[in-house]
Design a protein around this ligand. Sequence first.
Ligand SMILES: [Ca+2]
Ligand SMILES: [Ca+2]
Length: 329
Amino acid sequence: MKRTQLYTTFAIASAIGATLSGATTYVDIESRNSSFLENFSSGDPSSQSLNGISFKSSSRGVGSYEISDSIDPQLYFDGYAGGLDFADFPNVRIRHRFAGKLRNGSVYPLPMSTVGPFKYAINGSMVTRQVTLTGIHKSGTGLRLDPVDGEIDEGNYFVDYIMLDRGRTIGFEFDQSNSTRGGVNNYFVGSNLDVKEGKEIVSGVSDGLFYGNPTSSDPKMILYLAKNTGLSSIDTGIYKYIEIRMRVPSAVGGTASVFYRTGANSSGDAHKVDIILKDDSYFHTYLLDMSNVSDWTVSPVNYFRLDPINSQAPFEIDYIRFYETVKIN
Ligand SMILES: [Ca+2]
Ligand SMILES: [Ca+2]
């Protein structure tokens, strides 16, 4: 049973006319290209903790652990049924922070072997980090996470999610309540939504979803891209696919539109790709293959905007992701 539907949309170069560079849209492909290992929505998901780290609580989608004055604290996320497919999903994506003296952290694939550690940076503010487990050609049982390496002064560790990705991924998962932050520490600015006009969206996010409530038929979510938020542009040499998972509870369907500008066109008319929304109330994934869209691949994207629907109908977005690679079937 093939559920994939194909249609081609067009990138509009300017008001003058359409280019021939078509983005291909796939609806509800069966393959996943990212999956949560843990989202810290309730309780302690770790199977073991060692060396002075202990679970405190989970609140608003974020887990917190207390690290005492210790050496080499470790969290184990292990024993997943069916194992973890590190061959196809070698990229670990963690959104987290440490309130204390900063160093680096590490992850190791489990069972422990000679492979690793794989290092990442950790910040005092909530930031998403990615690390690719290279040299892994098999399945594993879990991950060991050393939030902060070495000798630790006490502090609190906060973690929003741990994900496994097929390729490098810029993700906005809406998995921390009332935050649209993702990417590195990027966020969405709202317009014609029931949020502060032209400001960072800091409401409407709960239980892993952004609940959008348009105040006109032209709601906009503008991705804030600036150096101080980690990403000032999207490197389209890496990220060639956009996936949005969303639903329109009132089942009115409609059109979502992606707008973007590239470095060569940083202030002119934005390119546009339309997505025909399914006219039922269920969640659907909309995957845009931008790999052959010359206006996308030509240079870094420094402006990105999603108009989630072209009516005043409430919508719910599970995630917005930019993928390096996808499996389509
Ligand atoms: Ca979370
Ligand atoms: Ca989500």
